[in-house]
Design a protein around this ligand. Structure first.
Ligand code: FCB
Length: 465
C-alpha cells in the first residue's frame, strides 16, 4: 500500500464546456454544431445533437450543489460565443446570456468552487463559419478578440483563470483534415492557415487581456498533449515520432508556451507547400503573448511507426511522415473503442513540460475514463452506479502524476472529464465520463461511486492504493 499526498491548495474538480452542457434555452445564435446537426443528423451517434444536453442553463443551481457533493473546489466550463454575442459585427451582447453566466459564476463562487472559464471549446458561431469560413479568415480572428474582450470586461473580476482555447488543434484536424468537425473539409493548406489563425487569435486575446490588468486573474490555454511512442528504437521510427510530435504537439505548444515558432515546423510546412499567410506584426504578437499557466488534456497515447505504405491522400496531413500503430502489448479500454491505457504518459508529459517548457505552472485539465452506459450498469440499492473501473484507472494515472510532482513537475491541479455525463460531439452520448450519469429520458443526475472516492481524495489531498 502506498499513500499519495498532493500539494496543499491543489485544485480538484472537473471540466465541461458550455455547448456540451447548457442546452439551447434563450440561445442568441447557432454554433456550427447546431447547424451541422440540423443539416446532417446522421453524422451524430443515434442522431442526437447538442440540443439534448445536461440543461445546465436551467439547472445550474442544483448542479453546483452536486459539485459540492463530490468535493470539487474548482470547475472549468466555457462561455459560448454564440450565446453571449447577439450581433457579431457590432458586438452587442445578449442580456439573457450575461445574466445566466453571472448567476452561474456567482453560484459557484458562493459555494467555494473556483470557476475556470474557457472562451472557445470547438464552437464557432455558425454565421461566422458560413460568412467568413470561421478561423480560415483573419476577420474572424478580430471578431474573436472582440468577443474575448467583452467576456473579460463582463466577468473578469469573477474569474481567476481564463482560458483562450480548449484543444485548438482539434477543430483544425476535425474540420480541415479528418472530417469529424464541421465544415468537414479536407485541405492541408487551409488546415495550416486555420491552425495559424487560431494561434494568432489566442495571442491577440492574451495581449488584450494583459492590457486590461484584471487584478488576481490569469490567462492560459488548454492543449491536448499526446506523447508519440514508437514501435521500436529504429532511427526510422524515432524520426516518425519526432515528426508526429512536431506537428501535433510542438506546433501549438512552442508558440503558445515558449513564444517560439519552431524553424523545423516552418521547414516541414514549406516542404509540403502549405505555409500559411503571415505578417511580421502577427508573428510579433504570437512571439510575445505570455501565458501564466497551461492546461493539459490527456486521454490516450499516440503510437507511430515509420511509413511503410505509400502516402495516398492528395492533400497534406501529418501522416505524410508516419503511420499510426497499435501496440500489440498494450492495455486497452474495452469500453472506449479499445483505446490504449498508458498512465505513465502523464509522467512523460509532465517531464516534457518541466524540461522543455520552463516548468510553466500547469494543471491536468482533462483526464477521463470512458465507459458506456451498459458497462456502467444500473444503480445499486443505494442509488449509486458502480464505476470502480474508473476509480481504479484514475488511481493509476494520479499515481503517475504524484511521481511527476515528486520529480519537480509544477502541477497545481486535476480536473477530470467530466462532471455530469454530457453530449460529446459526433459521439453524442455514446461514451460516459461523468461523476453523475445523465438519464437521457428524465434528465435526472444519478451518482456514481467514483464520486465518493473523489470526495475523500479532495478532502484529504490523499489517496491510498
Ligand atoms: C476532449 C474534449 C472534450 C470531450 C472529451 C471526451 O477532447 O475536450 O470536449 O469531448 O474529449
Amino acid at each position: 500500500m502506498t499513500t499519495y499526498t498532493f500539494p496543499e491548495n491543489f485544485l480538484w474538480g472537473a471540466a465541461a464546456s458550455g455547448i456540451q452542457t447548457e442546452g439551447v434555452t434563450n440561445k442568441a445564435n447557432e454554433s456550427i454544431w447546431d447547424l451541422w446537426h440540423r443539416e446532417s443528423p446522421e453524422r451524430f451517434y443515434k442522431g442526437i445533437g447538442s440540443q439534448v444536453v445536461t440543461d445546465t442553463y436551467n439547472r445550474y443551481k442544483e448542479d453546483v450543489q452536486l459539485m459540492k457533493q463530490v468535493g470539487f473546489n474548482s470547475f472549468r466550463t466555457s462561455i459560448q460565443w454564440s450565446r453571449l454575442i447577439k450581433d457579431f459585427e457590432t458586438g452587442e451582447v445578449c442580456p439573457d446570456a450575461v445574466e445566466f453566466y453571472n448567476n452561474y459564476l456567482d453560484e459557484m463562487i458562493a459555494n467555494g468552487i473556483e470557476p475556470m472559464i474557457n472562451l472557445y471549446h470547438f464552437d464557432m458561431p455558425a454565421q461566422l463559419q458560413e460568412k467568413f469560413g470561421g478561423f480560415e479568415s483573419k476577420k474572424v480572428v478580430e471578431l474573436y478578440v472582440d468577443y474575448a474582450v467583452k467576456a473579460f470586461k463582463l466577468f473578469g473580476r469573477k474569474v481567476k483563470y481564463w482560458i483562450t482555447f480548449n484543444e485548438p488543434i482539434v477543430p483544425t484536424e476535425g474540420g480541415y483534415l479528418y472530417d469529424f468537425h464541421y465544415p468537414c473539409k479536407k485541405d492541408g493548406k487551409l488546415a495550416v492557415q486555420v491552425a495559424y489563425n487560431t494561434i494568432l487569435a489566442h495571442a491577440k486575446a492574451v495581449h488584450a487581456f494583459n492590457q486590461l490588468s484584471i487584478e488576481d486573474s490569469k490567462i492560459g490555454v488548454v492543449l491536448n498533449l499526446t506523447p508519440s511512442y514508437t514501435r521500436n528504437d529504429s532511427e526510422e521510427d524515432k524520426q516518425a515520432a519526432w515528426y508526429a510530435d512536431l506537428l501535433f504537439n510542438r506546433s501549438f505548444l512552442d508558440p503558445m508556451v515558449k513564444n517560439e515558432i519552431p524553424q523545423e515546423l516552418c521547414d516541414v510546412l514549406k516542404e509540403q507547400n502549405v505555409l500559411p499567410e503571415t505578417t511580421a506584426e502577427e508573428i510579433e504578437a504570437i512571439t510575445s503573448a505570455k501565458i501564466e499557466f497551461l492546461g493539459v488534456n490527456y486521454y490516450v497515447p499516440r503510437r507511430v511507426k515509420a511509413r511503410e505504405a505509400e502516402y495516398d491522400l492528395d492533400y497534406f496531413t501529418p501522416e505524410v511522415y508516419f503511420e499510426n500503430y497499435v501496440n500489440p502489448n498494450g492495455r486497452f479500454n474495452p469500453y472506449r473503442d479499445n483505446n490504449e491505457i498508458l498512465p505513465t504518459a502523464v509522467h512523460d508529459i509532465a517531464m516534457n513540460v518541466k524540461d522543455n517548457y520552463g516548468n510553466v505552472p500547469w494543471f491536468l485539465a482533462e483526464i477521463g475514463i470512458a465507459m458506456d452506459e451498459v458497462s456502467e450498469g444500473k444503480p445499486d440499492e443505494d442509488g449509486y452506479i458502480d464505476d470502480t473501473f474508473r476509480t481504479d484507472l484514475m488511481k493509476e494515472h494520479l499515481a503517475q502524476l504524484h511521481r511527476a510532482i515528486e520529480d519537480g513537475a509544477n502541477c497545481f491541479g486535476v480536473h477530470q472529464w467530466t462532471f455530469i455525463d454530457n453530449w460529446s460531439w459526433t459521439n453524442s452520448f455514446k461514451r460516459r465520463y461523468g461523476f453523475y450519469r445523465l438519464d437521457l429520458e428524465t434528465g435526472n443526475r444519478i451518482p456514481k461511486k467514483h464520486g465518493i472516492w473523489f470526495k475523500e481524495l479532495t478532502a484529504t489531498g490523499t489517496f491510498v492504493d
